[in-house]
Design a binder for this molecule. Structure first.
Ligand code: PMP
Length: 366
């Protein structure tokens, strides 16, 4: 780093980080973490070797599965709680109510435990049993609702809003602020400002908009990409302005059908003044083999949204050409989806591909 001309710039930013990040470990700090809150963020960047080799690019994954609640959503959970505290919505001993596909709920329940709040989580029934079990283990009260679109009054976001004044992660911009103030600066520092592209899928849009805006501000030439699973409406929205979806995906936590407040102004196409200038669709058929190989050949066991992200990173790499540095998000561990993404019966029922070794009946005789 010392030999690099942009050292001064990085130094100034890391000073800013100290001022701005709320109780998170500072970038580059390898020291002791003082409890849960202090343990969120500052995750490593891991080179994805097969994806890099296949494209001639340097493709890295931000290891968000190493957050203490096990996912990228710990960052948003912390910032949303802090925001509610500052606004006086959350008082000591108070109750956190939120609609979530699971990971934000896990983050909120654990932050709640660390800070003395109780948690009620409204979750679509279709989410993995592992996430529901973790929520109960963390002490959250779980309300399971049918998986219906946002316009339906029984949708999990609407339902939680009726139960109480929910923290509303989808439209609460404290969510993207977490990524603008922490994830984005970490990526910039870890790549020594040499990042050419960043890409991820959209759940709330907090990660894409927050990281996208921060990186574009450092270097307007950084390409910000959006990888959409099938069944989501964002690819069509970015391409033609029409919110329209087709197909389905087994990935969880991603796949948006509307422009959330987190996406507004920062997470919209560059032509509309936002940061996003590349978009692609990634099918489960394309994405799943990437995480099966990642597990078997590189030792990382990742969930379905990470599969879509890596598929997107490969597409962005092909668009940019060899020699570029691309970062994506490793959202959470595959163990959170063992009953689905790594379950042969489930995959067969969906007509999805799986490797021979995943079948419990498979015997390696080599
Ligand atoms: N992956 C997983 C597993 C998630 O739970 C989420 C959030 N729901 C995301 C990706 C997407 O993150 P964001 O909400 O910041 O768009």
């Amino acid at each position: 780093l010392r030999s690099r001309p942009f050292l001064g710039q990085v130094k100034k930013q890391s000073h800013l980080l100290h001022m701005e990040t709320w109780a998170m470990a500072s970038v580059g700090d390898l020291g002791v973490r003082r409890g849960f809150v202090d343990s969120v963020g500052n995750t490593p960047l891991i080179r994805l070797n097969a994806a890099s080799k296949a494209t001639g690019c340097e493709i890295y994954g931000k290891a968000e599965f190493l957050n203490p609640g096990g996912s990228v959503k710990d960052r948003a959970a912390l910032y949303i709680v802090k925001d509610a505290e500052e606004k006086g919505l959350l008082k000591p001993g108070g109750l956190i109510v939120e609609g979530t596909a699971g990971n934000t709920g896990i983050g909120l329940a654990l932050v709640g435990n660390a800070k003395g709040y109780k948690t009620v989580i409204v979750i679509p029934q279709t989410q993995s049993q592992e996430k529901k079990d973790m929520l109960r283990l963390a002490g959250a009260t779980l309300v399971e609702v049918p998986a219906v679109p946002y316009k339906n009054p029984n949708n999990y976001v609407k339902y939680s809003g009726r139960l109480a004044e929910a923290l509303a992660q989808f439209d609460n911009i404290a969510n993207r602020q977490a990524h603008y103030e922490t994830t984005g600066p970490e990526i910039w520092k870890q790549t020594e400002g040499k990042v050419d592209g960043f890409i991820c899928a959209i759940g709330t849009g907090g990660t894409l908009a927050g990281v996208g805006k921060y990186l574009k501000e450092q270097n307007p030439n950084v390409r910000i990409g959006m990888a959409d699973p099938m069944g989501a409406a964002m690819y069509n929205y970015y391409s033609s302005g029409v919110l329209q979806s087709s197909g389905t995906s087994i990935s969880e936590g991603i796949g948006q059908g509307r422009v959330t407040a987190n996406l507004e102004s920062w997470g919209v196409p560059a032509r509309d003044g936002g940061a996003v200038d590349f978009w692609c669709q990634v099918t489960d058929e394309e994405a799943l083999p990437l995480i099966f190989d990642l597990l078997k050949q590189e030792g990382f066991c990742m969930g379905g949204s990470t599969a879509i992200n890596i598929g997107g990173a490969i597409k962005l790499a092909k668009e940019l050409g060899p020699g570029h540095t691309i970062v994506t998000i490793l959202c959470d561990l595959g163990t959170r989806y063992q009953s689905k993404v790594f379950n042969v019966d489930f995959l067969k029922s969906k007509g999805l591909p799986y490797p021979e070794w995943l079948d419990p009946a498979f015997k390696d005789v080599s």
